[in-house]
Ligand binder design. Sequence first.
Ligand code: SAM
Length: 226
Amino acid sequence: MSGTALYIVPTPIGNLADITFRALDVLKSVDIILAEDTRTSRVLLNHYNIERPLQSYHIFNEHQAVTRLIDRMKQGERFALISDAGTPGISDPGFLLVRETLKAGLGVDCLPGPTAFIPALIKSGFPTDRFVFEGFLPHKKGRQTALKQLAQEPRTIVLYESPHRLKKLIEELREHLGADRMISVSRELTKRFEETITGSVAEVQASFADREVKGEIVVVIHGQEN
Ligand code: SAM
């Protein structure tokens, strides 16, 4: 572990058992754990009897926090960054701290572990040799342009979407990519009501038509075939 000032530590996306032995070792050994939401992370840390000090690090304070954190790393303190779920830096804060830590000549290590898009991609059954991860599409400005570009994309596409926007997104996919394009919607991965629905845009749309969409969602889109 020597030489590492910052550890990026993935945490479960729903099932508390999805954490590696190494992640637990790192979380038990660092000086401070930086967490997006300290109350959410406390549940996980209590479950595994991890008693290291927690400090909040999130999108609203990351810019002010980074310089101070790097000064502390320079003095020898070691930090772990976790997010509410999955891998920090993937549609979550992390990138800025990693970039600035590296720039300061300090060591960064990222443990492999849970992230929502990989199981969704694999469960889709769509090609995995090449894919693009788009995260959340812009809500307003740039959304239509992004959808137009995605319509031409030959690689498998992975998106994150909130439950209350899923039906709107599927309608937009119908408009831009056509009713026959294959998509796969994974909901509540690793949780009790996990489900994956795969079919044409029209079929998936029909399967969500009569119900309220709840939970966390990953949408996987088959690339455009010529
Ligand atoms: N850092 C996380 C990761 O590595 O996947 C992503 C964080 S992002 C703020 C939250 C989004 O991830 C959710 O809106 C959903 O799109 C996706 N997500 C997280 N957990 C999920 C789960 N259990 N099932 C399906 N999607 C999930």
